[in-house]
Design a binder for this molecule. Structure first.
Ligand code: C5P
Length: 231
C-alpha cells in the first residue's frame, strides 16, 4: 500500500474540518468529511418524512442512501440523489437532529462501510488523489473507521475556544449573545455523540493537538509537523 492515510478526530468547534482541508490541500491528498455524511443521511431522512426515532426505518433509508462525496479539499461537495446538499446540511435543524441519526448503530455500520470504501478508493491511481492518499476527518476515524491510518490525530480545544469558533461560523461574531445561542447546540450534540463514540480523549497511539491558543495557520502547521515526523 502506497496511499497515505491521515485520520483526524475531534469535537465540534475544534476546527478539524477547516484544518483537515488545508492539510489535505497542502499535501495533495483527498479530503473526506465524514460528519457531512451523517448530516446528509439526516437531511435525506427528514426529506423522506422518516421519524428519526424510528431506528429500523432510518437504518433502511441510510442503507439505500444515494450519496456521492466529492473529495477535492479545495471544493468538497455532497450530493444526495443528484441534489447538491452542501449548504442545506449546515442548517441548524440538521445540526440539532444529526445526533439522533449518528447514535443509530446500524447507521454507523453502513456509513462506516462507505467511509472505508472511500478511503480505500484513494489508493487507486484513478482516484482524485491519483493514489497519493486521503485525510479523513470525524469522530471515530482514528478508532473505528481507520485505526491503521499512517497518522492519527485528535484535534482538541477548550470549551471556550470551541464555542467562540462555532459562534463565529454560525453568527459571524463571538460576542456573548452569539456564544450563548450556540452553546446549547454544541454541548448537547457533543454529549449525545459521546454516548456512542469517544472523541474527547486520545486513543492509544493517537497524537493530540490542542488548538485553544493557536490560530488557523498555526494549527495547520502543528498538524503538518506531526505528519512530517511520521511520513
Ligand atoms: O463534524 P460535524 O459537526 O459536521 O459532524 C456532524 C455530526 O455527525 C456529529 O455531531 C456526529 O453526530 C456525527 N458524526 C459521527 N461520526 C463521525 C463524524 C460525525 O457520529 N465520524
Amino acid at each position: 500500500r502506497t496511499a497515505f492515510v491521515v485520520a483526524i478526530d475531534g469535537p465540534s468547534g475544534s476546527g478539524k474540518s477547516t484544518v483537515s482541508r488545508r492539510v489535505a490541500a497542502a499535501l495533495g491528498l483527498a479530503y473526506l468529511d465524514t460528519g457531512a455524511m451523517y448530516r446528509a443521511a439526516t437531511w435525506w431522512c427528514l426529506e423522506r418524512g422518516v421519524p428519526l426515532t424510528a431506528g429500523p426505518a432510518v437504518a433502511a433509508e441510510v442503507a439505500a442512501l444515494p450519496l456521492v462525496m466529492g473529495v477535492d479539499p479545495v471544493s468538497p461537495s455532497v450530493h444526495v440523489g443528484g441534489v447538491d446538499v452542501g449548504e442545506a446540511i449546515r442548517r441548524s435543524e440538521i445540526s440539532a437532529a444529526v445526533s439522533a441519526v449518528a447514535t443509530n448503530l446500524a447507521v454507523r455500520a453502513e456509513l462506516g462501510r462507505l467511509q472505508r470504501a472511500a478511503i480505500a478508493a484513494e489508493a487507486d491511481a484513478g482516484s482524485f488523489s491519483g493514489g497519493r492518499g486521503i485525510v479523513a476527518e470525524g469522530r471515530d476515524i482514528t478508532t473505528v473507521v481507520a485505526p491503521d491510518a499512517d497518522v492519527r490525530l485528535l484535534l482538541t480545544a477548550s470549551e471556550d475556544a470551541r464555542l467562540a469558533r462555532r459562534a463565529r461560523d454560525v453568527h459571524g461574531t463571538d460576542d456573548a449573545a452569539a456564544v450563548h445561542a450556540t452553546r446549547d447546540e454544541v454541548l448537547r450534540r457533543d454529549a449525545d455523540d459521546s454516548t456512542v463514540v469517544e472523541f474527547q480523549v486520545a486513543a492509544d497511539g493517537v497524537v493530540t493537538v490542542d488548538s485553544s491558543e493557536l490560530d488557523l495557520d498555526q494549527t495547520v502547521r502543528a498538524v503538518l509537523d506531526v505528519i512530517g515526523q511520521v511520513a
